[in-house]
Structures are given as C-alpha cells and as structure tokens.
Design a binder for this molecule. Sequence first.
Ligand code: 2AM
Ligand code: CA
Ligand code: CA
Length: 262
Amino acid sequence: MELKSLLDQTIIVAKEAGAFIRKERQSFDLTKVEHKGFNDLVSYVDKEAEKIVVNGLQQILPEAGFITEEGTINKQEDVYNWIVDPLDGTTNFVHGIPVFSVSIALMKEGEIILGVVYEVNNNECFYATKDGGAYCNDTKISVSQAPSLSSSLIATGFPYYDFEQVDQYMELLKYFMINSHGIRRIGSAAVDLCYVASGRVEGYFEYNLNSYDVAGGLLIVQEAGGKVTDFNNGDDYIFGRQIIASNGNIHQELYDQIKKVW
Ligand code: 2AM
Ligand code: CA
Ligand code: CA
C-alpha cells in the first residue's frame, strides 16, 4: 500500500483513540488508576485506547506485527511492525494535566517509515513519512534555527523509577538550567519530540524510555530537519533507552555535557 494512504488512515486511527481518551478524561478520577509497578500508572483508558488503535491498524495493514505498551496483542512480523503507545503521558492524564498523546510508528525491516503523534487536547496531529517531510495538522514544520544552547529551551523527563543515575542526571539539569533559556518537563516523550520538531524547544534528552515512548516522534524530528542520537552519539535510540533529540545546531553541546557525566 502507498505510504501516503497508510499515513492518512493511521491519522484517522490516532484521532479515534484520542477522541476516546478525551471523552473518558471527563469522568476520570484517581480511584480508576492501577499500578503496573512502582510509580507506573495505568488505567482502563490506556488499555481500551490501545484496543482501538490495534483494531484500526490491523485493518490498514493486516500483515504487520505489533510492539505495544499495554501488550493487548503479541505478534511481531519480519517486515512490518507497528510500535504503539496508546496514551503517552499517563501521569498527566490521571492527574488532569492536559498534555498527553497517542503515539504510533510503522517500522519496515527495522527502520521507521511513518510516525504519527496526536496531542489530544491541543488537537494537534504531528506526522511524518520517510523522505516526505514533517507536519502538524496540515502545516509543514521544521526545527528551530537557534544556533546554540545559550538561546535554547530544553525539554527532558525526570527519572521516576530507577534512581541509580539520578546524581548524574541532576548534574545535567544544573548545567542546562544555568546555560540555556530553561528546562521543561512536559510529561509525554512523544510530545517532547514533536516540540523539538516544531521548533518550540531546541533540545530534548531522557533515559530509561521504551521503544513505544519514542518511536512515533523520532521520524517527525528527523523529517523536520532535526537530529536524534543515543547518549553515545550513535543510532541505538529506538530500543536503546537513551535519547537526545535536537534542532541539530545544539546537538554537540547537549552530547558533550551528557558524555561528561554519563
Ligand atoms: P507513559 O505515560 O506512557 O508511561 C515521561 O518522562 C515519559 O516517560 C512518558 O513518555 C511516559 O510514558 C514515560 N513513563 C513511563 N513510566 C512513567 C512514570 N511512572 N512516570 C512518568 N513517566 C513515565
Ligand atoms: Ca503509555
Ligand atoms: Ca509512554
């Protein structure tokens, strides 16, 4: 199937799940939260949203497998695999902070060829296809032209369950706090990546993320002219649990600081 047609249908699926999440939020309260592990929150909304996404995607491309956060399906294939986070930003969702997203990527033989991130409450749908550019709704987006860290805003995610490297992380925060326009903790890795892609922030770094947290946003950053690496300046950022994304101009500065402490 043609990539453009796959994209259009994936966007419809992401928005359908987003509409469900938005509706459920209206009657949501903290008693409906379950704990998957320490600080790891999940609810029926995550699981139901995943079913909506998986059902929709199965109809679009029946031969594709899946990697999903909630594991409602367990089937990987050789050529095509969807990587799905049905609700990225669950902690925000359960506390009523209105920043969360539906994140979907399509991988072909290990390479991401399509990414869609739907930021539910802003009604902003970010998307990209391989070599097709990056968009927010129907407008082409590109990364910020800021030349250096000193003129940049940096997004990150705080550690929340594995605190072994928290001292190194705090050193980085201190450095970026002093040497940039500031730091933002948005709460959805997928949204962080889209904000790099659309030039709202210049850089983003986080560790201990899973493939489904970042897969949907990676290609959007790259197609918007940005750069993505792992903490070693390599390309193990889908499954490698470490990510640096930037407008390109400030990548070396981010990497140099991370390398110093990591
Ligand atoms: P999630 O909402 O799908 O869990 C924010 O730092 C990123 O980390 C989000 O993409 C979030 O994805 C992920 N994350 C996973 N577990 C988390 C937790 N317990 N607290 C905060 N973020 C978590
Ligand atoms: Ca999730
Ligand atoms: Ca996630």
